[in-house]
Design a protein. Structure first.
Length: 266
């Protein structure tokens, strides 16, 4: 199994009473650029806290964005220092403190490949789902599952095209996508028989199962898997969650099978 660790995404965090500066550098995407900037900052005693190195809209340059401990730092002198490093094209430095928090002020829309990503806190989203279940009971659960079902069905042809994979390899790739999205910690395709239209999938630490419950709670993810495998199998499927972390199980497990019957559209 691949090594995985939690990603503490540096866009919102507590300041700890310190002055924090955010720095974004657009530089040539060639070996040594980050090292040279780091060395120049280290020589001045500047402490880089954390950050990201990401693509720009041009292949020859990339962004390096990070936060520093800004106590005693002169922004003008720092900008001149970084601008003097070979290959640096742009330097942006901003105060990032907002009250007791630090907020990323240099980035807007977040992209996952060509797609814009909307981030939601897991606890907030669980509360939204829970309120739907409280108000509408089983109808609320079916509504949330349908949202996942629709998304799973739409995602299958897209990931099939973009990954260029089929069968179990494609299913495992799709699980890695929802790991990247933060929906689960990891996933495993335990069983897959396309001819028999059967899939068994285990998911660890799903966002839906973060609080105790006497019954399975991953209705959205159950829908996603059901929709995805319905498209893979070419037939309407039925999903069941047979184990759930919210009930005290080690993982959440789902069995997707062909529907025993369907209603014709007259």
């Amino acid at each position: 199994m691949e090594h995985r660790h939690n990603l503490f995404f540096p866009r919102l965090f507590e300041s700890g009473g310190k002055r924090i500066l955010e720095i974004s550098i657009l530089a040539e995407n060639t070996p040594g650029r980050i090292a040279e900037v780091s060395s120049a900052l280290a020589d001045k005693g500047v402490n880089i806290l954390w950050g990201v190195h990401h693509a720009s809209d041009r292949p020859d340059v990339a962004w390096w964005c990070f936060f520093i401990d800004g106590e005693g730092v002169d922004e003008g002198e720092l900008r001149d220092l970084i601008s003097g490093v070979r290959g640096v094209r742009e330097v942006h430095i901003s105060e990032a403190n907002l009250g007791d928090m630090v907020v990323d002020v240099h980035h807007g829309i977040q992209l996952l490949g060509p797609d814009a990503v909307v981030e939601m806190r897991a606890g907030w989203l669980r509360n939204v789902f829970r309120e739907a279940y409280k108000r509408w009971g089983d109808d609320g659960k079916r509504m949330v599952e349908f949202l996942g079902l629709y998304g799973g069905r739409k995602s299958y042809p897209e990931w099939r095209r973009r990954f260029g994979l089929e069968g179990k390899a494609l299913a495992e790739a799709a699980l890695n996508v929802i790991v990247v999205l933060g929906w689960i910690e990891r996933g495993e395709v335990v069983e897959l028989d396309v001819k028999k239209s059967v899939a068994r999938v285990r998911l660890w630490n799903t966002f839906e199962s973060g609080e105790p419950s006497p019954e399975p709670v991953c209705h959205f993810l159950k829908g996603v898997l059901t929709g995805f495998f319905s498209e893979m199998f070419g037939t309407p499927c039925f999903g069941r969650e047979v184990a759930c972390r919210a009930k005290g199980d080690e993982y959440c497990e789902f069995i997707i099978t062909k529907k025993p019957f369907t209603f014709s559209r007259g």
